[in-house]
Structures are given as structure tokens and as C-alpha cells.
Design a protein around this ligand. Structure first.
Ligand SMILES: C[S@@+](CC[C@H](N)C(=O)[O-])C[C@H]1O[C@@H](n2cnc3c(N)ncnc32)[C@H](O)[C@@H]1O
Length: 242
């Protein structure tokens, strides 16, 4: 096509012709994908050689974040699919069963689980503010308790223990999983959700894979670019026993 070809005479309101340099455009797109590939390789490298590091927070920062409404976005449409997957797993693996929700926040998951039905729901969280928000929904099957993971003890056994976006805030997540394994019924399962933005979180999945078998897993990816991996886990030693 000759360089000086003019389309201007065809232009009308709402119709525009623009000359583009195809070579420059392709180089630009290629550059973009190369940049993304380099970032992914770097993240993979970091997560495979450095030890796990928790997301740093403090008890005060959780309280502040709940009272300023920072975590309200967890109730938005952007997050909805992730919660539905977790609720779906609970329903599938333990219909009408008992659920322990570790780091339950203001109990958003409980609202979804309640419509499907459960025999018992216990939500535990470090934040007083979060638990206060949830407490109005307590009934004879539903309880919320303000307590840190490390202090939690119980004689109860649960069909499902949910770790919904909490494991990477813990200093020793593997020890916590090990300890909470004792609170599972003989056929009980863990459901864990971990968002994938940090390379340390990918490292965490590798550590988990060393000791737990994934009975199922789903990746939830939102159009905004956020994505999460949700897995149903069972201890590997249990699969050897059966
Ligand atoms: C990202 S929020 C997720 C909340 C909820 N699971 C959800 O997805 O709606 C993480 C939650 O973990 C809680 N948390 C963090 N460290 C904790 C600990 N050591 N013991 C108990 N809860 C903790 C926080 O208070 C917060 O509510």
C-alpha cells in the first residue's frame, strides 16, 4: 500500500482512519510479553531458592483494617467466585457436615455456607472487630470465637477445616496444618485458598505438596488480574494407610 494513500476523505463523525506502523506495533507487543515472561521466570526462581516468608502484619493492623473497612472488598463481586468454590467444596465433600473456618474474618464464608446447611460451623479469628461483626449470626449451630491460631485448642472434630487466605500470614503454616490435622474427623479434609500474587505463596504450595495430597484443585482468575488457587487437601500418610 503506498505510504501516501489518504483516507481522510472517507472520514465522518465517529469514523476515523489511522496509519499504524505494523513493525513497531509487533515489536511493542513482543516486548510486553517478553517483560511478562521475564517477571514470571524471576518469580519462579525466587520462590524455588529462598525459604518461605510470611506476609507481615500485626494484631493492631488487623483491627485497624477491619475498623476502617479495608476488608469490605472481600464482599465484592470480584471475590465472589473464590468464595463459591470454597463453599462448593464444603458441600461436595461434607454435605451438611461440620466446618471449622480458621481466620474467618467477619464470617463472609459462613453466610454462603448457611444457605447450603451445616451441622456445625465454628469461625475463629484474631481480630476482635471482625468477630464482633460476625457475632449477630451466631445460633445453636453457629459460633464465632476471637482467638489466635496458635492458642486454639478443641476437643471437637470437623469434617472440613477451611484456611481461606490465612496461611501465608502465619509464621509457621506447616506446623499449624500439622496441629489442626488432629481436629479433623477420620475422613476430614482441609480446604485452602491462597492468592497467587506473591512468589512466597507459590513456595508455600510447594511445601504443602510435600505433605498433603490434593484431592482436587481449582484456579480462580478474575478479569482484574487477580487469581487464587484453591485446593482440597488430605494428609499423604492417610492415603498410605487406606
Ligand atoms: C485476608 S483475611 C481473610 C478473611 C477470611 N478468611 C475471608 O477470606 O473472608 C485474613 C484473616 O486472618 C486473620 N488472621 C491473621 N493471622 C491470624 C492468626 N494468627 N490467628 C487467627 N486469625 C488470624 C485476620 O484477622 C484476617 O481476618
Amino acid at each position: 500500500m503506498p505510504d501516501d494513500l489518504q483516507f481522510d476523505s472517507l472520514a465522518s463523525p465517529g469514523v476515523e482512519f489511522r496509519k499504524i506502523d505494523t513493525d513497531t506495533d509487533i515489536m511493542h507487543t513482543l516486548g510486553h510479553y517478553l517483560y511478562k515472561a521475564r517477571k514470571a521466570v524471576a518469580a519462579l526462581f525466587v520462590s524455588s531458592i529462598f525459604p518461605y516468608r510470611q506476609s507481615r502484619t500485626t494484631d493492631q493492623s488487623w483491627e485497624r483494617d477491619y475498623s476502617t473497612g479495608h476488608w469490605d472488598y472481600l464482599h465484592t463481586l470480584q471475590q465472589a467466585a473464590r468464595y463459591q468454590v470454597i463453599a462448593g467444596y464444603c458441600q461436595h465433600f461434607a454435605p451438611g457436615g461440620s466446618i471449622l473456618d480458621v481466620g474467618c474474618g467477619d464470617g463472609h464464608l459462613q453466610e454462603l455456607l448457611a444457605s447450603a446447611g451445616y451441622s456445625r460451623y465454628l469461625g475463629v479469628d484474631l481480630s476482635t472487630e471482625a468477630i464482633q461483626r460476625a457475632e449477630s449470626r451466631c445460633d445453636d449451630r453457629t459460633e464465632f470465637r476471637q482467638i489466635a491460631v496458635d492458642d486454639f485448642e478443641t476437643e471437637e472434630r470437623f469434617d472440613v477445616i477451611v484456611f481461606n487466605e490465612i496461611l501465608y500470614y502465619l509464621e509457621a503454616p506447616m506446623e499449624v496444618l500439622e496441629r489442626f490435622g488432629a481436629f479433623l474427623t477420620p475422613e476430614g479434609i482441609f480446604v485452602a485458598s491462597i492468592h497467587s500474587a506473591r512468589s512466597w505463596n507459590r513456595r508455600l504450595w510447594k511445601m504443602i505438596a510435600g505433605r498433603y495430597r490434593a484431592l482436587d484443585e481449582v484456579e480462580v482468575s478474575h478479569g482484574s488480574g487477580k487469581f487464587w488457587i484453591i485446593k482440597v487437601l488430605t494428609p499423604k500418610e492417610r492415603s498410605h494407610e487406606s
